[in-house]
Design a protein around this ligand. Sequence first.
Ligand code: ADP
Length: 490
Amino acid sequence: MNTRSLSFRLVAWYAGLLTLVFVLLGAVTFAVVANDLESNVRANQMRRAQQIADTLLRGVDRSGEAALAASVEKLYAPAANDRFIRITRGDGHVVFRSGEPRDRGFDPAAVPPPALGSVESERVEPWREVRLPGGAGLLIAAVPHRAASGTLYTVEVGASIAPVETALARLLTVLAVGLPIAVLLAAAGGVFLVKRSLEPVERIARKAEAITQHSLSERLPVASTGDELERLSISLNHMISRLEEAVHGSKRLVADASHELRTPLTVLRGELESLTADPQLTPRLRETLGSLLEEVERLAAVVDGLLALSRLDAGEARSEWVKFDLAQLVATTSDQMSLLAEDKGITIGCEAPRGVVVTGDRARLKQVVVNLLDNAIKYTPNGGAVRLRVARGEGQAVLEVSDTGIGIPREALPHVFERFFRVERSRTREQGGAGLGLSIVKAICTAHGALVEVESTAEQGSRFRIRLPLAGPEPERPVQPQRAAATGER
Ligand code: ADP
């Protein structure tokens, strides 16, 4: 799970906020319910104590304390109603005290008297909560009453707070179990919603990753939802259009420039060649003209390379595509270039059993063989060996060009197919390379749906391998994504 993803962070925030809100709501509910329940018990006890004082104690002078006790017992039956009632005279004598309640929830004899001196002075606390030794709690309301004779009585009426505590404990359990479940359910809903609303983003990202400089004509999917994502995908599509125009513009510029440069360079070369032929030239001038000619030829090669690359980039028409035997092409090319190798004392071995039929542009694929062979000869010292091999394998034609040359350093391997890349500028400059040969190889391979790989060990040699689809019944094949693997050392 990616904890930095937008969906994870959204759900985490959402679940966090929800937990906070639920906990606050639970706490407020608990406090309100607890307060209500306790107030209710208090109000009931207070009302009863006041009733006893107002009705029964009013006539105590007349009827006597014994009759008062009997009336309280008769009218309120405190033991039967699990209630505590005590009437205390101002001198501390207890006139009436209820018996043990039916549920034995508390012991009335153990209830301590009101605060010291309060029954004598009418300043009794209206409320108190008493915890009895067994753990039972009582809420006791106390009302003072002075009879006409002047005798002071204190009426106390209490009830157990156990039912309130039980109800609150139950509420707490419901909240403790219910809140996490509610948060989990809401978070699950949140995950679903977030995933659903971010799905178009996933689709846009997948498509955007698949768009390369060769597929700039493709566009991102636009969901007509009218939301920010629709706007984003439309804006990105506009950006891709502008990018496409810019890339096309620069490709056109390179193509036009190299095309325009070709004619003057040809003229220049012709002029220089005819000048060199003049027998009256001084040796110094001849040497200068010779090196000028070399530079012009190098320039012409670069311009030709650029033109070839820009044509390949533009995606050449496949009208030139034919079925032909790659092995035969390789063998002929190897023969044609053997002179070049002989000059350096390099032996060329060619293992190309006929019948490896592929479909493609013959001239372009020949260019691939020429470029690879040319490099192999160029970067192999005198007396070395170059080997060409063509074989069939799993629906593919495999072409290998290996040499016993100077090799390519490991750090340069991933870059050899880049345009104008040369391993050591000085070493190839002398040999006339501009760093375009392998990029042309790769561009041709890409256009043919072929894969090109290189393995090399510095000072030991290199091996370039091309895997080209064998010709099928249909001459047309989809062009595969551009890939050039530079695998490790041999
Ligand atoms: P260049 O025209 O300079 O040869 P390439 O694109 O053909 O350019 O090759 C790029 C670089 O890769 C070269 O500069 C060279 O250093 C290296 N290279 C290519 N082929 C070989 C090889 N067979 N052996 C050693 N180095 C090679």
